[in-house]
Design a protein around this ligand. Structure first.
Ligand code: HEM
Length: 472
């Protein structure tokens, strides 16, 4: 069957698949992106692999990824309807939808994120406020070692809370802690072996008992929490002065109530809010955590950032985005942290909504498409020392910031991360303000720090380290 398809369509080349299992036995579960990159040495930058029965085309290297996602954007914008995510969002929202629903939700989210300078409080001010609470919390450790994972993920979730609910929660708030815990369990389930089983046999597992039923309960709890917040917003809404994302959405629902093709409805609101939490917390907080680990590993880089920050901003005011252009070294370090961590090596799966012609091949409808971001962020052709942490990748000879189009941790094209500008604001303001107030180290010294990430949840995640924040 596989080879008949290959002849009929002139599929991109790839290794011979086994019946039912496809190429899965040849792929390293702990680092699938590495096995896939290895295949491309034999089969080139556009390859067909079979993940079980699922036909998958992988794009390798900057040229192929850019040509598909940017130059042929209309063909490559589809998203795979991952069954578990479909279940969690009931098929609504921005993250896994396609067509008109996706277009309307995406445009609205981008505009609302951009316009939030005009709201009661802009995102920049919210992030500055959250960063003050983060630093106050770190001071309570009084220079003793702690694991920064929890405090950073609460901090970053709080930014999404500010955006969507217009409020920030205290670190000790029981309701908030519960929401964080269940969100993290839901996210982890998606990539667990049971979650993978669900993604292959959803109709079968739907009615079987097991841990997945507990997770479905958590999804209901998370949705109930969001629905309660929406109800509170409805009761206090002043259409002339929207406070946050939910207010803006409710106003649009009302404006478009007579428009039959409108996607502004209650289900899309609940699921898009859920998307923002799922996509916007673990990614940003893990990147921040990795940045601290890198600075502990390379104390000279940390010192140089602090000197630059002290000279340009001083210690008496919170950093703002305007400062970024005057802090080229710090900006380069943050970019290099993202390049080196490579948090989403496989991006999120795209999908052929129709047959696609690409580089003389046909990618048939219903094929999963993986833009291998790992292969772009670590490509020999694009970076002087791709396997080493080197902020010079983003600096010219005069020490000015230098862009590189192969910097694609947020992917590229029409489906690229909708939260990119928010995430970049968070990384910059949180890190710069942390370095104004603290020097980071660890008990075992720089040599004890392992920068090699662990692959899990479709992501390269930094290893856990106990760190010390010494007040400056
Ligand atoms: C999608 C990376 C932060 C919301 C994505 C994708 C990547 C990504 C690789 C897939 C793009 C594609 O399919 O081509 C990151 C990284 C982040 C980050 C590295 C932080 C360092 C955020 C934040 C938010 C967010 C803060 C929320 C405000 C989303 C959403 C999508 C997405 C909703 C789906 C977009 C769509 O399907 O149209 N992100 N992200 N992300 N991200 Fe992010």
């Amino acid at each position: 069957l596989f080879s008949v398809k290959r002849r009929k369509y002139r599929l991109p080349p790839g290794p011979a698949p086994l019946p039912l299992l496809g190429n899965l036995p040849q792929i390293d579960k702990n680092a699938p992106f590495k096995s896939i990159l290895k295949f491309s040495e034999n089969y080139g930058p556009v390859m067909t692999l079979y993940m079980g029965w699922q036909r998958t085309v992988v794009l390798v290297g900057y040229d192929a990824v850019k040509e598909a996602l940017v130059d042929q954007a209309d063909d490559f914008t589809g998203r795979m309807p991952v069954p578990f995510l479909f279940k969690a969002t009931k098929g609504y929202g921005l993250g896994i939808s396609n067509g008109e629903r996706w277009r309307q939700m995406r445009r609205f989210t981008l505009t609302t994120l951009r316009d939030f300078g005009m709201g009661r409080k802009g995102m920049e001010e919210w992030i500055q406020e959250v960063s003050e609470h983060l630093r106050a919390h770190l001071r309570t450790f009084k220079g003793k070692p702690f694991d920064p994972q929890f405090v950073l993920s609460s901090t970053v979730s709080n930014v999404i809370c500010c955006l969507v609910f217009g409020e920030r929660f205290a670190f000790e708030d029981k309701q908030f802690l519960h929401l964080l815990t269940i969100m993290s369990k839901i996210l982890r389930f998606n990539s667990s072996p049971l979650g993978q089983m669900y993604n292959i046999f959803p109709w079968l597992m739907e009615h079987l008992p097991g841990y997945h039923q507990t997770i479905f309960g958590y999804i209901k709890e998370a949705r109930d929490f969001i629905e309660r917040k929406i109800q509170e917003h409805k009761e206090t809404l002043d259409p002339s002065s929207p406070r946050d994302y939910i207010d803006c959405f409710l106003i649009r629902i009302n404006q478009e109530k007579d428009n039959l093709s409108s996607e502004f409805n209650y289900d899309n609101l609940v699921s898009t809010v859920l998307n923002l939490f799922f996509a916007g917390t673990e990614t940003t907080s893990s990147t921040l955590r990795y940045a601290l680990t890198v600075l502990i590993k390379y104390p000279k880089i940390q010192e140089k950032m602090q000197q630059e920050i002290d000279t340009v901003i001083g210690k008496d005011r919170c950093p703002r985005m305007d400062d970024r252009k005057s802090l080229p070294f710090s900006d380069a370090v943050i970019h290099e942290v993202q390049r080196f961590l490579d948090i989403a090596p496989l991006s999120l799966p795209h999908y052929a909504l129709n047959d696609i012609s690409f580089r003389g091949y046909t990618i048939p409808k219903d094929t999963v498409i993986i833009p291998l971001l790992h292969s772009v962020l670590k490509e020999e052709k694009q970076w002087a020392t791709p396997r080493f942490f080197n902020p010079q990748h983003f600096l010219d000879h005069n020490g000015n910031f230098k862009k590189n189009p192969a910097f694609m941790p947020f992917s590229a094209g029409k489906r690229a991360c909708v939260g990119e500008s928010l995430a970049r604001m968070e990384l910059f303001i949180f890190l710069v303000s942390l370095l104004q107030d603290f020097t980071f180290s660890c008990d075992g010294g720089p040599d004890s720090v392992d920068l090699e990430p662990e692959y899990s949840s479709f992501a390269n995640l930094p290893r856990s380290h106990q760190i010390i924040a010494t007040a400056r």
